[in-house]
Design a protein around this ligand. Structure first.
Ligand code: ADP
Length: 521
């Protein structure tokens, strides 16, 4: 036995706090469904965001992207992607056979840029595009060749501007493919004088100020990008979802169901339109989410307390921070510390000091994955050896001194990480299930054995494109998500769901959006 009584009690209590039972998952999914409906019928949340402080209304943002690609699209486009840890500029060529080529450059976004004046941030975006274009001198980057090769050029012969799509992954109320107003910042951004402004105009003004000959023709959310790029490379997709710094999803909706479009031209046109759910803000009232004191602490100390409730349980920006708070509470436990002999480190004491990548690494060490994978033919590693590895990871990443970390400590930390990540994966499944149920592709399975007769796309594959470090790298994240999805919608529907990475989704999706912009103009 690794642990004693007090430790066992703490672990049991953690278990209880972080485990969401099946019934609660159904309840969360049901709440999700009603929030989606609310979002489709009213602009309540958007309005409230701009005029009042905390609001518990729902999003569901029409993106003005009609339908999805099938892989036959062609063209070369610039894309700029702002939305999380890095800023990316890329040039994407769609080859028309479900493949693409892409050249990209990443640029850091400093804290000063994230929190300073918005014009400084957008000047930096424009400068990064300029630097990208200057660095590349192959003929295809000449403005004339880009513009001349596509339909956009026909109507713009006298303006030698490069068309660019902006992937901007924050809540934006779009009014057209190429305009949208920032509703609020998320994910640690808080640049001043941005909320309420049209982000395409902010970017275009920056290009124009600097005489950079680039025209922003489309505004895309990264979830929309994931959906479009997955559709392009796989031939079909109904949902794009991000599990990275933040979490969000976009899906294909029937225009007739987006009743808040009222009597607008978009509504009259009918057909399908991609809706950006902004599900990171799902259940901001927390009426359905089983919140622990650790979640409350993370939320209270974040720059957007009470907002993005769902996201704060799930995404990369927060899981490490939840783990840090759990670990600190065990270091500080009275009358006797539970972890590390009561010692902490500067790294561990710092807000955001524990990256979600560390949770990943600990689970890899335990599961024998990633750099801990067994080479073929080698003998199975003992649990003790696995705990030694975790010990090594903790010493290195948390700058703790080796004598302070026992193997029992390593085991406690591992269990805490698994609890936090499993909860995230299970909650993520409620979002996917809600979209499947909402679009008529599934029924909630809590009534027991059910037939899938009459469901939309009955018997067909259901494409879901995902992106983000959490879903790409976190051990078993997708497996756990699928298991909960199976529980929620039943095995028949779950087995038809194809979850695939939307690699380079923001770049390729943006390119596809730029193409749509050209066709619609
Ligand atoms: P973004 O969402 O900003 O475009 P990513 O998808 O790379 O970018 O997500 C970055 C987030 O993922 C960060 O919050 C980071 O903590 C987390 N992360 C980075 N590497 C890993 C990993 N190996 N496993 C789990 N999470 C990770």
């Amino acid at each position: 036995a690794l642990h004693g009584g007090a430790t066992d009690d703490i672990l049991k209590s953690l278990h209880k706090q972080f485990t969401i039972d099946d019934q609660t998952l159904f309840k969360i999914t049901t709440t999700f469904l009603s929030e989606i409906s609310d979002g489709l019928s009213s602009y309540g949340r958007a309005m409230a965001m701009m005029h009042v402080s905390p609001t518990f209304l729902s999003y569901a943002i029409p993106t003005f992207v009609k339908g999805v690609p099938d892989g036959s699209e062609t063209g070369t486009f610039l894309a700029l992607d702002l939305g999380g840890t890095n800023l990316r500029v890329c040039e994407v060529t769609l080859q028309g056979d479900q493949t693409f080529s892409l050249r990209q450059q990443k640029y850091k976004v400093s804290e000063a840029l994230k929190t300073g004046e918005v014009t400084t941030l957008f000047d930096y975006l424009a400068d990064s595009v300029d630097a990208f274009l200057t660095e590349s001198s192959t003929p295809s980057k000449e403005p004339s060749s880009l513009i001349g090769s596509d339909p956009y050029a026909a109507s713009n012969q006298d303006t030698p501007y490069l068309p660019l799509a902006l992937t901007f992954s924050f809540p934006v109320e779009q009014s057209a493919l190429d305009s949208g107003v920032l509703l609020t910042w998320t994910k640690g951004f808080s640049a001043k004088n941005a909320v309420g402004k049209d982000v395409v105009k902010l970017l275009q003004d920056a290009f124009d100020r600097k005489h950079i000959h680039v025209k922003c023709v489309a505004l895309v959310n990264d979830t929309v990008g994931a959906l479009l790029s997955r559709a392009y490379t796989s031939g079909g997709c109904i949902l794009g979802a991000i599990f990275g710094t933040g979490t969000n999803g976009a899906y294909v909706e029937e225009v007739s169901k987006i009743t808040k479009l009222g009597n607008s031209a978009a509504a009259a046109a009918g057909g399908d339109m991609i809706v950006n759910t902004e599900w990171g803000a799902f259940n901001n009232s927390r009426s359905a989410l089983p919140t622990t004191p650790y979640d409350n602490k993370v939320d209270r100390e974040s720059i957007n307390p009470r907002f993005q409730a769902f996201e704060k349980f799930i995404s990369g920006m927060y899981l490490g921070e939840i783990a840090r708070n759990v670990i600190l509470s065990m270091i500080d436990a009275a009358p006797k510390p539970i972890l590390f002999g009561g010692r902490s480190s500067d790294q561990l004491n710092k807000q955001w000091g524990l990256d979600t990548a560390l949770l990943s690494e600990i689970e890899e060490a335990w599961e024998g994955l990633g750099r801990f994978s067994l080479s073929p033919g080698s003998v199975e590693v003992t649990e003790l050896e696995k705990l030694r590895r975790i010990q090594g990871v903790l010493v290195k990443r948390l700058e703790l001194s080796p004598p302070d970390i026992s193997l029992a400590d390593a085991d406690i930390v591992r269990q805490a990480c698994t609890l936090i990540a499993s909860r995230a994966a299970r909650l993520s499944a409620t979002a996917v299930a809600a979209i499947l149920v909402h679009t008529g592709r599934a029924r909630l399975w809590d009534q027991g054995e059910q037939s899938s007769a009459g469901l939309k796309d009955e018997g067909k594959r259901i494409g879901v494109g995902v992106d983000g470090s959490l879903v790409e790298f976190y051990p078993n994240f997708q497996t756990k998500l699928r298991a909960s999805l199976r529980m929620l919608v039943g095995p028949e529907v779950e087995s038809r769901v194809d979850i695939g990475m939307a690699k380079d989704g923001s770049g390729v999706g943006a390119a596809l959006c730029a193409l749509v912009a050209q066709r619609q103009s």
